[in-house]
Structures are given as C-alpha cells and as structure tokens.
Ligand binder design. Structure first.
Ligand code: AMP
Length: 411
C-alpha cells in the first residue's frame, strides 16, 4: 500500500515524500481512512509506530479542504492535547512538516514558560493548537483561547494523561469544544479508566489496535553474544564468516553507526547496502531492491528507516546494537521466521547494554540462549562504562527522568 492509495491530497503526498516515508505504517494504513471518514477513532499504538502522522495527515487534509471557507479567519479548528511538553513539541513539529505545503498554522502551548509570547501568537490566529492540559485551561480561563470552532480533538497518549492526573482536565477541555467535533483518542495501553473516558466522550468509535504482542514465533532461533563494545565489528565479521547463512538485516541504533559499519563491511568485500535517514526515497528503494533481489546479502538499517519495509524470506536478523526499548527487539526479530520459514536472530550485547537484555527477556518471557564459545567474550566482571559528563545533572545512582519513565518509547 502507498500513501496515494490512502487518498491523500497532493500537498500532503509531497510532504510525506519530503519526510522520506516510503509507505504508510500499519497504524497509518488502518487509521487514515477512518479519520478521513470523520469517524471517532480509538487507536492503541505506542510511540514509534507512526501514530502522529496517522491523525496529523487526515486532520490537515480536512482543514486543507476547507481552508478557503469564507469565515475561516484562523480560528482554532484542530486541538491536540498532549500530556507532556516534549510530546507537544514533537507533535507540532510533525504538523509543521506534513503541512509544509499549506498555509495552515500550528502552534504549541505548555506550562513552565512565560505566557505572553503564547498569547501574542494566539491573538494572531492559528489553525492547529497542540497543548498540555493545564496551560490550555489557564489560557482559556483568561479568555485568550476560544475553542468554539474546534472540529477535531485529539487526546494523545491518554494513558500517560491518566498517570499524570490530567483526566479531569481532559474532560473539562472536551466539554469546552463543540458537540459535533471529531474525537480521536490514542493510548499505548487501555486501562479501565481510559475505556471509561472513551465511552463517555467518543461517539460510536472505530477501534484500531496495533500494539505489539510480546510473543515470538517458535520459528525464530534467538542467540545472544556478550562482547566488548570495541570488538563488536570483529564478532560481526566472525558471525558473517562462520554462522550466518543467507541474507541478513543488521540493525544499528544510529545512522552514523549504520554508515560506519557499511564502510567496514564493504572494505572487506561484502555486498552490502543500507537504509538510514540521510538517504532519499529513491536511494532507499534502490537499496531495498538490491537486497530483495539478492544482489546485496547484507542490509544495515536504523529502526526508523526499516519501518514499514516488507522483506519476505529474510533469513537472519543481527542486532549489532541492542535496542533500548524492549518492544523494538520483538519488532526487529519478527522480520525473520515469517510464513513458516525458520529464521535466526543474533544479538550482540556489550557491558553497557546488559540492562536492556533484562527488560527484553521480561517482555518476551524467555531467556535468550547465550553463546559463550566465541572468540571475543566479554569479561564477566566488566562493569558498564561510567560516562562522566562535565556539569552532568545526574549524580551517580540517580536515575534520569527518561529512564524512570515506564517502558513507553517505542522507536
Ligand atoms: P510516532 O509514532 O508518531 O512517534 O513516529 C515515530 C517516527 O516514525 C517519527 O520519527 C516519524 O517521522 C516516523 N514515521 C512516521 N511515519 C512513517 C512512515 N510511514 N515511514 C517511515 N517513518 C515514519
């Protein structure tokens, strides 16, 4: 399926192409038609599945369709509620990039910053407002915000709103918007209180669930190699020479890592290609075709670049870097062992990645067999390196805000 099949208008297709998306993700395939249809929708999806574009694209399309309406005048017509300012900024960024070929204006307001600049922008008029609940209600109370013209209301990461105690605020905000709006609710999990909220405010909603299951098919053989970080490349070469038969999709966390590994493997004479964020769509497609038709036996990718690609008959997956979010592990290795074929999932884990293994194993409820007999074993007593940054805010032993967060981020 392509974005064109989803009946998106040209300015949006152009923006999607400029963002480098080859094809819609699963949640986009299911969600965009329902939202364009102006249905209320409940989406169960984690961050990283492409959920923001799932609602941003059809909302932009609806606003775009009506943007020449005579009474338009920059009223707030789409309101997105986000539990955190980080997410609010990201969402606004997404609206900006998908709406880059329109004159629709998106803006974000959140607490903890001065109110005046936000009021100035609101006075000039905007079409799409992304807001955290507290600041929104505050500005509404002071009469700087009018929600009478809202046509689309989105509650993103609803379960986090619940956890942070925003549910009553959310209900209040919903009541401030017109009755006949379209409401979309997104949540990674569906606790009872979220179901209750959804039942109270959504009308006959369509339900879309793309949360990953934590089961891994028995057709995937998993193995784990502990290895010092600096020896990973040697172990990778050893595996390519001695273990890995057939094609292999290698995952790295960063595009820099992808490029570095690609250069090293090409130097060694391997037919290798890569997918990463610096490549345009046609280069990505060429790389994919080379891999699919067997010319390149090795494809190296970041998680985001590999999203949505469908490669049948993938023999092996190699986690060169361990994913820092457990669900990504399932997503990566689920690309092999499909349709009755047997697949192999190799993972290379350095000392600083050991904690990731714990959360992965807890999620999949399986202990991944460790291969001890290899030429580059990790000293069992090796401690994770301590990164001492000048002026670091975090003292030893204190967890960062990000690591305290429950396993939320998806990729
Ligand atoms: P989200 O789940 O909305 O947080 O999206 C996670 C990441 O996926 C963002 O960096 C998006 O830019 C990216 N993304 C969204 N849709 C696609 C797509 N169809 N293909 C590739 N990347 C995408």
């Amino acid at each position: 399926m392509s974005f064109k099949d989803l009946k998106l208008i040209k300015p949006l297709l152009k923006a999607v192409e400029a963002s480098g998306y080859a094809s819609p993700t699963l949640v986009q395939q299911k969600g965009i038609p329902a939202i364009l249809d102006r249905k209320d929708v409940i989406i169960s999806a984690q961050t990283g599945t492409g959920k923001t574009a799932t609602y941003a694209l059809p909302i932009l399309q609806q606003l775009f369709d009506r943007q020449d309406a005579p009474k338009r005048g920059k009223k707030i017509r789409a309101l997105i509620i986000s539990p955190t300012r980080e997410l609010a900024s990201q969402i606004k960024q997404n609206f900006k990039s998908y709406g880059q070929f329109s004159n629709l204006r998106a803006y974000t307001i959140f607490g903890g910053t001065s109110i005046e600049p936000q009021v100035d922008v609101l006075k000039k008029g905007i079409d799409i407002l992304v807001a955290t609940p507290g600041r929104l209600l505050d500005l509404h109370k002071q009469d700087f915000i009018n929600l009478d013209y809202v046509e689309n209301l989105v509650l993103d990461e609803a379960d986090l709103m619940l956890a942070l105690g925003f549910i009553d605020d959310v209900k209040k905000i919903e009541r401030l918007c017109p009755e006949n709006k379209q409401t979309l609710l997104l949540s990674a999990t569906m606790p009872y209180k979220i179901e209750q909220l959804a039942n109270g405010i959504l009308k006959d909603p369509v339900r879309i669930d793309v949360t990953v299951t934590n089961s891994i098919t028995k057709d995937i053989s998993q193995t784990l190699y502990y290895v010092p970080k600096r020896r990973k490349i040697e172990l990778c070469l050893h595996l390519l020479r001695n273990e890995i038969k057939g094609n292999v999709l290698i995952f790295r966390r960063t595009k820099f890592g992808v490029k570095k590994l690609e250069d090293r493997l090409a130097e060694k004479g391997y037919r290798v290609d890569s997918l990463h964020g610096d490549k345009n769509q046609s280069d990505r497609q060429t790389a994919l075709n080379k891999f699919k038709n067997g010319y390149a036996k090795i494809l190296i990718a970041t998680d985001v670049a590999a999203r949505g690609i469908d490669i049948n008959e993938l023999d092996n997956v190699l986690n060169f870097d361990m994913p820092n979010v457990a669900e990504i592990y399932i997503h990566r290795i689920g690309r092999t062992g499909r349709a009755g074929n047997i697949g192999n999932a190799y993972s290379m884990c350095s000392a600083d990645e050991r904690n990731y293994i714990k959360t992965i194993e807890a999620l999949i409820d399986v202990q991944i067999p460790i291969i001890q007999d290899h030429p580059y074993p990790l000293d069992p007593k090796a401690k994770p390196p301590v990164h001492k940054k000048k002026g670091s805010r975090y003292k030893k032993g204190r967890k960062s805000a990000a690591s305290k967060k429950k396993k939320k981020r998806w990729y």
